[in-house]
Design a protein around this ligand. Structure first.
Ligand code: ATP
Length: 676
């Protein structure tokens, strides 16, 4: 093994005195207190009473402490009874003692001797004598030990609390310090813009922000104000944090990075203090960039009703952030970048120009972006030379950058498991299947009957998706159980900017096709379609309530995208609620009937697909094409690829022309304008 990275080295250097030792110490002290404390019962008596007890043989042992002038007599059973001393409530047998002050320390031994002589004469057992010094140190320990321990414990706890990433240590009083990690010239990330694939527009905006900081006068000379902040918004895994890391790597100015949740602590007021501290640090380091990941942790819209569900601490933190970003004080040269996937939840005040002037949308990658992302992640993977990356990108419609990174890694793992020299197409397909559908469960027992109905169901989906205009082209159908599903069909969904009504209806028809096939060809229906039905119902409801696509409630959207307006009340009447239900049911029923009629029309083809599925368990696009013939409609993805190719060849032609014309010119003359 190589040298461990720095981080773990640092961790190894941490003191061995961990939290567990503290627990052990506390438990040991408690035990000590329990066992070593003087659990005996002692009664104070006067000298005459003590003497009488000694003479009567009620004392078995005498402990004399000459320094404090005290004598303690350990009582016999009878003696204890006489003094009314009983065992403690736990039922533990304890020593019972009487204690007295000695009138004269010098003569005590003579006294004890005379009592013993008398006892011997009466035939009773002698008393033993013990002289004790009584350690003051020990007493001090028992008095102050627990308090001391508590102090040590509190100091230790406070050190731990302020010892998070970037925390400077130094006790509980440092809890209000920001936990930002600082990247600068000496401590930079190795991520650059080259590692961020696609996201062309987002990159341009972000690169411009870096430029603002490097070259502010270029903008201020023209009277432009430097933006204060930019918000990266987009679904999870689309590369927002990666983009910010690339800024850290390339900016050439200090970069302070922290997460929204770093402001949150169990103490009240800490969040606001940390925001203040963060901006103070940033101003000291200006020009610099502050990056707050998952800003929704603190930036969520403030509650309208202060008594209901609002979180004072979070609101204080947010208020402080609003003030810092656009308060009276100027933050010249500090640009705040933040990332979130819930921009709709953020407080409006945070989003207004002057705070986050720019919102940069980082969407799920398009086909060409996916090709680029694959290329970035395939750099470190040993692949087969004829791997079709474009085809891979087509198979991963709807995947985020993080999903694609995962596919590449998973494919490499699968190839390694099969002892291959390079990762090939099949490994990538297996990885995609695994990520989309979960692990294959070949061990699940399925009877021939069940297999037949699953095949009927899946063949239904395959047939309808092939025979409807907007149905997504099928990639593969399987009846091998995967994850929770008993069978599955993979489609290559078309990337569309605007989805027409018919596309939604065709999608619904395709989703209902499994259940329709069961009814048409088996004459009975089963529970296997529950997932399809759920998706169909949601889609139908969205058509009626969000997209205004129903006949009886056209052009109405009851959806509240801000999540703040409607609260507990519905924005429509009871009659409208009934209308909504009726429309949803009508749309679903119509598509179900449509699916059944298409299936009846193509019954023989459906049955061929079903039989092939039963035989082979997995069938592909080509098998379905051989049975149903080529699709009547052109794929939109194909159209996009064609357009991209045309644009690319045009660009190359222009470039070639440019370079040949510049060859003719004097090599010493600069180009007429800067193409960048
Ligand atoms: P979240 O909102 O969940 O925090 P995010 O948008 O911040 O997600 P990242 O953490 O930036 O997502 O991305 C996760 C991983 O996905 C990255 O480490 C990278 O490997 C991969 N990835 C995402 N987008 C891209 C991209 N455009 N180019 C290359 N890799 C990407």
């Amino acid at each position: 093994m190589g040298i461990l990275p720095n981080k773990s080295n640092n961790r190894n250097k941490r003191p061995v005195f961990g939290m567990y030792w503290m627990y052990i110490l506390i438990i040991a002290c408690l035990f000590g207190l329990y066992y070593f404390q003087d659990s005996s019962q002692t009664k104070s008596v006067d000298w005459t009473e003590f003497e009488a007890a000694a003479k009567n043989g009620e004392i078995s042992k005498i402990e004399v402490m000459p320094e404090s002038g005290v004598a303690i007599g350990v009582l016999t059973k009878e003696g204890a009874k006489k003094q009314n001393l009983q065992d403690d409530i736990r039922g533990v047998e304890t020593e019972k003692k009487i204690k007295t002050t000695i009138p004269s320390t010098n003569k005590i031994q003579d006294k004890i001797d005379s009592w013993n002589e008398q006892l011997v004469a009466e035939g009773k057992p002698e008393m033993s004598v013990n002289y004790e010094k009584g350690s003051d140190l020990m007493k001090l320990f028992w008095y102050f030990g627990p308090i001391l321990l508590m102090f040590i414990f509190i100091i230790y706890l406070s050190r731990r609390m302020s010892g998070g990433p970037g925390g400077g240590g130094g006790g509980i009083f440092n809890v209000g310090k920001s936990k930002a990690r600082i990247f600068d010239k000496d401590n930079s990330t190795d991520v650059t813009f080259k590692d961020v694939a696609g996201l062309a527009e987002a990159k341009v905006e972000i690169e411009e922000i870096v430029e603002f900081l490097k070259n502010p006068q270029r903008y201020t000379e023209l009277g432009a104000k430097i933006p204060k902040g930019a918000l990266l918004v987009g679904p999870p895994g689309t590369g927002k944090t990666l983009l910010a890391k690339a800024v850290a790597g390339e900016a050439g100015v200090p970069f302070l990075s922290l997460s929204g949740s770093d402001f949150v602590e169990m103490f009240v007021g800490v969040g606001a203090a940390r925001v203040r501290d963060l901006f103070k640090q940033a101003k000291d380091k200006a020009p610099c960039i502050v990056f707050i990941d998952e800003i929704d942790a603190v930036g969520r819209a403030r509650g309208k009703n202060p008594n209901m569900g609002s979180n004072d601490e979070r609101e204080n933190t947010l208020n402080q952030m609003l003030t810092e970003m656009d308060g009276f004080g100027s933050n010249n040269g500090v640009i705040v970048l933040a990332a979130t996937n819930r921009a709709d939840m953020l407080d409006k005040a945070l989003l207004r120009p002057g705070r986050f002037d720019r919102q940069i949308y980082v969407d799920l990658p398009e086909l060409s972006d996916r090709v680029e992302i694959f290329n970035v992640h395939l750099r470190r993977i040993k692949t087969n030379s004829h791997l079709d990356v474009e085809q891979l990108a087509r198979q991963t419609q709807g995947f985020s950058g993080a999903d694609i990174a995962n596919v590449c890694n998973e494919a490499a793992l699968i190839a390694a498991r099969n002892n291959k020299q390079a990762v090939d197409w099949d490994d990538f397909m297996a990885a995609i299947d695994r990520i989309v559908g979960g692990l294959e469960k070949r061990s699940r027992v399925i009877t021939d009957d069940e297999k037949f109905s699953i095949a009927t169901h899946e063949a239904g989906h395959a047939t309808i998706s092939w025979m409807t205009e907007y149905g997504n082209p099928l990639v593969k159908v399987t009846i091998v159980p995967r994850g929770r599903a008993l069978g599955a069909a993979w489609y290559a969904p078309e990337a569309r900017q605007i989805i027409p009504t018919q596309a939604l209806l065709d999608t619904m028809c395709g989703m209902l096709a499994g259940r329709a096939a069961e009814e048409v060809f088996l004459g009975k229906i089963g529970t296997g379609a529950s997932d399809d039905l759920e998706k169909t119902t949601k889609l139908a409801r969205a058509m009626v309530m969000m997209y205004g696509m129903s006949e009886k409630l056209p052009n109405i959207n009851y959806n509240d995208s801000t999540g703040q307006d409607y609260g507990f009340t519905k924005p429509y009447s009871e009659e409208t609620a009934k209308l909504i239900d009726d429309e949803v049911i009508r749309i679903i029923n119509e598509q179900y009937e449509r699916a059944k009629s298409i299936l009846r029309e193509y019954a023989s083809q459906h049955n061929q697909i079903r039989d092939l599925l039963v035989k082979k368990e997995v069938i592909y696009n080509e098998d379905v094409k051989a049975i149903l013939g080529p699709r009547q409609w052109k794929s939109r993805t194909d159209e996009i690829i064609e357009i991209n190719k045309k644009e690319e060849s045009n660009r190359k032609a222009i470039e070639a022309k440019d370079s040949s014309s510049s060859d003719d010119s004097d090599p010493g003359t600069p180009p007429p304008f800067n193409k960048d």
